[in-house]
Design a protein around this ligand. Sequence first.
Ligand code: ADP
Ligand code: 5GP
Length: 207
Amino acid sequence: MNGTLFVVSAPSGAGKSTILHRVLEEIPAVAFSVSHTTRSPRAGEAHGRDYFFVSQQEFAAMRRGGAFLEAAEVHGNWYGTSRGAVEEMLGRGVDVLLDIDVQGALQVRASGLTAVFIFIVPPSLTELERRLRGRGTDSDEVIRRRLANARQELLAASRYDHLVVNDELNQAVRMVEAVILARRSQFRRNYDNSPVRLDEVLDGPGA
Ligand code: ADP
Ligand code: 5GP
Protein backbone atom coordinates (compact mmCIF):
# COMPACT_ATOMS: atom_id res chain seq x y z
CA MET A 1 0.00 0.00 0.00
CA ASN A 2 1.37 3.40 -0.95
CA GLY A 3 1.22 6.47 1.25
CA THR A 4 0.15 9.89 -0.02
CA LEU A 5 2.40 12.87 -0.53
CA PHE A 6 1.15 16.09 1.11
CA VAL A 7 2.88 19.24 -0.09
CA VAL A 8 2.55 22.09 2.41
CA SER A 9 3.64 25.65 1.62
CA ALA A 10 3.28 28.99 3.37
CA PRO A 11 5.03 32.33 3.56
CA SER A 12 7.81 32.12 6.14
CA GLY A 13 6.43 32.86 9.62
CA ALA A 14 2.83 31.80 8.84
CA GLY A 15 3.16 28.97 11.36
CA LYS A 16 3.72 26.00 9.06
CA SER A 17 6.35 24.28 11.25
CA THR A 18 4.21 24.76 14.35
CA ILE A 19 1.20 23.21 12.62
CA LEU A 20 3.13 20.31 11.08
CA HIS A 21 4.73 19.39 14.42
CA ARG A 22 1.26 19.08 15.93
CA VAL A 23 0.00 17.01 13.00
CA LEU A 24 2.97 14.65 13.32
CA GLU A 25 2.24 14.17 17.02
CA GLU A 26 -1.47 13.64 16.57
CA ILE A 27 -1.91 11.51 13.44
CA PRO A 28 -0.36 8.02 13.14
CA ALA A 29 1.55 6.85 10.06
CA VAL A 30 2.52 10.36 8.95
CA ALA A 31 6.18 11.27 8.50
CA PHE A 32 8.05 14.48 7.79
CA SER A 33 10.50 14.60 4.91
CA VAL A 34 13.68 16.18 6.29
CA SER A 35 15.10 18.45 3.58
CA HIS A 36 18.71 19.26 2.80
CA THR A 37 19.67 22.93 2.99
CA THR A 38 22.68 25.19 2.61
CA ARG A 39 21.20 27.54 5.28
CA SER A 40 22.94 27.71 8.68
CA PRO A 41 21.12 26.04 11.58
CA ARG A 42 19.01 28.31 13.83
CA ALA A 43 19.31 28.02 17.60
CA GLY A 44 17.57 24.81 18.64
CA GLU A 45 17.60 23.17 15.21
CA ALA A 46 19.13 19.71 14.95
CA HIS A 47 20.92 18.14 11.98
CA GLY A 48 18.82 15.23 10.70
CA ARG A 49 15.69 16.32 12.57
CA ASP A 50 14.88 19.79 11.17
CA TYR A 51 17.19 19.71 8.15
CA PHE A 52 20.32 18.05 6.88
CA PHE A 53 22.65 21.06 6.91
CA VAL A 54 25.14 20.73 4.04
CA SER A 55 27.68 22.92 2.26
CA GLN A 56 26.97 24.53 -1.12
CA GLN A 57 29.36 22.02 -2.70
CA GLU A 58 27.67 18.99 -1.15
CA PHE A 59 24.26 20.31 -2.19
CA ALA A 60 25.36 20.95 -5.76
CA ALA A 61 26.87 17.44 -6.03
CA MET A 62 23.65 15.83 -4.74
CA ARG A 63 21.60 17.91 -7.15
CA ARG A 64 23.78 16.91 -10.12
CA GLY A 65 23.44 13.28 -9.06
CA GLY A 66 19.63 13.46 -9.18
CA ALA A 67 19.21 12.99 -5.42
CA PHE A 68 16.43 15.56 -5.19
CA LEU A 69 12.75 15.18 -6.05
CA GLU A 70 12.71 18.97 -6.21
CA ALA A 71 15.16 21.70 -5.27
CA ALA A 72 14.97 25.49 -5.17
CA GLU A 73 16.74 28.61 -3.96
CA VAL A 74 14.59 30.28 -1.31
CA HIS A 75 15.45 33.53 0.50
CA GLY A 76 19.07 33.17 -0.68
CA ASN A 77 19.68 29.55 0.39
CA TRP A 78 19.21 26.22 -1.40
CA TYR A 79 16.72 23.60 -0.20
CA GLY A 80 15.98 20.13 -1.62
CA THR A 81 13.79 17.09 -0.94
CA SER A 82 15.48 13.68 -0.91
CA ARG A 83 13.91 11.49 -3.58
CA GLY A 84 15.09 8.23 -2.00
CA ALA A 85 13.78 8.99 1.50
CA VAL A 86 10.35 10.05 0.21
CA GLU A 87 9.96 7.00 -2.05
CA GLU A 88 10.98 4.68 0.78
CA MET A 89 8.39 6.14 3.18
CA LEU A 90 5.58 6.17 0.60
CA GLY A 91 6.41 2.56 -0.27
CA ARG A 92 5.94 1.58 3.38
CA GLY A 93 2.44 3.06 3.29
CA VAL A 94 3.38 6.12 5.32
CA ASP A 95 1.88 9.51 4.38
CA VAL A 96 4.67 12.03 3.82
CA LEU A 97 4.56 15.77 4.59
CA LEU A 98 6.76 18.02 2.46
CA ASP A 99 7.34 21.49 3.92
CA ILE A 100 8.53 23.21 0.76
CA ASP A 101 8.22 26.56 -0.97
CA VAL A 102 6.03 27.45 -3.94
CA GLN A 103 8.75 26.83 -6.57
CA GLY A 104 9.35 23.34 -5.16
CA ALA A 105 5.62 22.60 -5.02
CA LEU A 106 5.27 23.48 -8.69
CA GLN A 107 8.17 21.14 -9.50
CA VAL A 108 6.40 18.31 -7.65
CA ARG A 109 3.23 19.04 -9.60
CA ALA A 110 5.14 19.05 -12.89
CA SER A 111 6.84 15.73 -12.00
CA GLY A 112 3.48 13.97 -12.35
CA LEU A 113 3.65 12.48 -8.84
CA THR A 114 0.27 12.23 -7.16
CA ALA A 115 0.20 14.72 -4.30
CA VAL A 116 -2.22 16.82 -2.28
CA PHE A 117 -1.27 20.51 -2.13
CA ILE A 118 -2.04 22.57 1.00
CA PHE A 119 -1.31 26.29 1.38
CA ILE A 120 -1.23 27.92 4.81
CA VAL A 121 -1.75 31.69 5.14
CA PRO A 122 -1.51 34.05 8.10
CA PRO A 123 -4.61 36.14 8.87
CA SER A 124 -2.78 39.31 7.66
CA LEU A 125 0.65 40.58 6.62
CA THR A 126 0.83 42.60 9.85
CA GLU A 127 0.35 39.42 11.87
CA LEU A 128 2.94 37.66 9.68
CA GLU A 129 5.51 40.34 10.55
CA ARG A 130 4.58 40.10 14.24
CA ARG A 131 5.17 36.32 14.18
CA LEU A 132 8.47 36.60 12.32
CA ARG A 133 9.72 39.17 14.87
CA GLY A 134 8.23 37.24 17.78
CA ARG A 135 10.02 34.05 16.74
CA GLY A 136 13.27 35.93 17.36
CA THR A 137 15.36 33.71 15.09
CA ASP A 138 16.04 36.01 12.14
CA SER A 139 17.87 39.30 11.67
CA ASP A 140 16.05 42.46 10.53
CA GLU A 141 17.42 42.05 7.02
CA VAL A 142 16.28 38.41 6.79
CA ILE A 143 12.82 39.37 8.08
CA ARG A 144 12.53 42.16 5.48
CA ARG A 145 13.47 39.72 2.69
CA ARG A 146 10.95 37.13 3.93
CA LEU A 147 8.15 39.71 4.11
CA ALA A 148 8.91 40.92 0.59
CA ASN A 149 8.80 37.32 -0.68
CA ALA A 150 5.55 36.66 1.20
CA ARG A 151 3.55 38.87 -1.16
CA GLN A 152 4.78 36.87 -4.17
CA GLU A 153 4.16 33.53 -2.45
CA LEU A 154 0.60 34.46 -1.48
CA LEU A 155 -0.21 35.04 -5.14
CA ALA A 156 0.49 31.34 -5.80
CA ALA A 157 -2.02 30.12 -3.20
CA SER A 158 -4.81 29.59 -5.73
CA ARG A 159 -2.77 26.86 -7.44
CA TYR A 160 -3.07 24.63 -4.36
CA ASP A 161 -5.90 22.20 -3.59
CA HIS A 162 -6.54 23.46 -0.03
CA LEU A 163 -6.20 26.80 1.75
CA VAL A 164 -5.83 26.90 5.54
CA VAL A 165 -5.85 30.23 7.43
CA ASN A 166 -3.66 29.99 10.52
CA ASP A 167 -5.46 32.45 12.76
CA GLU A 168 -6.38 30.30 15.76
CA LEU A 169 -3.74 27.56 15.91
CA ASN A 170 -5.94 24.64 17.03
CA GLN A 171 -8.40 25.26 14.23
CA ALA A 172 -5.65 25.40 11.62
CA VAL A 173 -4.18 22.12 12.93
CA ARG A 174 -7.61 20.48 12.77
CA MET A 175 -8.09 21.71 9.20
CA VAL A 176 -4.79 20.21 7.98
CA GLU A 177 -5.56 16.97 9.82
CA ALA A 178 -9.00 16.91 8.17
CA VAL A 179 -7.39 17.09 4.72
CA ILE A 180 -5.12 14.14 5.54
CA LEU A 181 -7.91 12.03 7.05
CA ALA A 182 -10.29 12.84 4.19
CA ARG A 183 -7.68 11.64 1.72
CA ARG A 184 -7.26 8.41 3.68
CA SER A 185 -10.99 7.78 3.53
CA GLN A 186 -11.27 8.24 -0.24
CA PHE A 187 -13.32 5.36 -1.53
CA ARG A 188 -10.93 3.66 -3.94
CA ARG A 189 -7.85 4.05 -1.76
CA ASN A 190 -9.66 2.97 1.36
CA TYR A 191 -11.53 0.07 -0.19
CA ASP A 192 -8.66 -1.41 -2.20
CA ASN A 193 -6.42 -1.46 0.86
CA SER A 194 -9.00 -2.40 3.43
CA PRO A 195 -9.50 -5.94 4.72
CA VAL A 196 -13.20 -5.10 5.02
CA ARG A 197 -15.37 -6.06 1.99
CA LEU A 198 -18.67 -4.28 1.57
CA ASP A 199 -20.46 -7.51 0.56
CA GLU A 200 -19.32 -9.11 3.81
CA VAL A 201 -20.64 -6.14 5.77
CA LEU A 202 -23.95 -6.30 3.88
CA ASP A 203 -24.30 -10.08 4.34
CA GLY A 204 -22.99 -10.07 7.91
CA PRO A 205 -24.77 -9.89 11.26
CA GLY A 206 -27.71 -7.49 11.12
CA ALA A 207 -28.36 -8.18 7.43
P1 ADP B 1 6.96 28.89 9.64
O1 ADP B 1 7.37 27.47 9.86
O2 ADP B 1 5.75 29.02 8.77
O3 ADP B 1 8.08 29.79 9.19
P2 ADP B 1 6.65 28.98 12.58
O4 ADP B 1 5.90 27.72 12.80
O5 ADP B 1 8.09 29.02 12.96
O6 ADP B 1 6.47 29.50 11.06
O7 ADP B 1 5.82 30.12 13.33
C1 ADP B 1 6.29 31.48 13.37
C2 ADP B 1 5.98 32.06 14.77
O8 ADP B 1 4.57 32.25 14.90
C3 ADP B 1 6.40 31.15 15.92
O9 ADP B 1 6.93 31.93 16.97
C4 ADP B 1 5.10 30.47 16.32
O10 ADP B 1 5.09 30.12 17.70
C5 ADP B 1 4.05 31.55 16.05
N1 ADP B 1 2.73 31.03 15.66
C6 ADP B 1 2.44 29.96 14.87
N2 ADP B 1 1.10 29.82 14.72
C7 ADP B 1 0.52 30.80 15.43
C8 ADP B 1 -0.86 31.19 15.67
N3 ADP B 1 -1.89 30.52 15.14
N4 ADP B 1 -1.07 32.26 16.45
C9 ADP B 1 -0.04 32.96 16.99
N5 ADP B 1 1.27 32.65 16.82
C10 ADP B 1 1.56 31.59 16.03
P1 5GP C 1 13.23 28.06 6.66
O1 5GP C 1 14.58 28.57 6.27
O2 5GP C 1 12.39 29.12 7.32
O3 5GP C 1 13.27 26.77 7.41
O4 5GP C 1 12.48 27.72 5.29
C1 5GP C 1 12.38 28.68 4.30
C2 5GP C 1 11.51 28.20 3.18
O5 5GP C 1 12.13 27.09 2.52
C3 5GP C 1 10.13 27.71 3.63
O6 5GP C 1 9.17 28.25 2.71
C4 5GP C 1 10.21 26.22 3.47
O7 5GP C 1 8.96 25.66 3.16
C5 5GP C 1 11.16 26.10 2.30
N1 5GP C 1 11.79 24.77 2.22
C6 5GP C 1 12.23 23.97 3.22
N2 5GP C 1 12.68 22.81 2.74
C7 5GP C 1 12.53 22.87 1.38
C8 5GP C 1 12.80 21.96 0.32
O8 5GP C 1 13.30 20.85 0.48
N3 5GP C 1 12.51 22.39 -0.95
C9 5GP C 1 11.97 23.61 -1.20
N4 5GP C 1 11.70 23.91 -2.47
N5 5GP C 1 11.69 24.48 -0.22
C10 5GP C 1 11.97 24.12 1.05
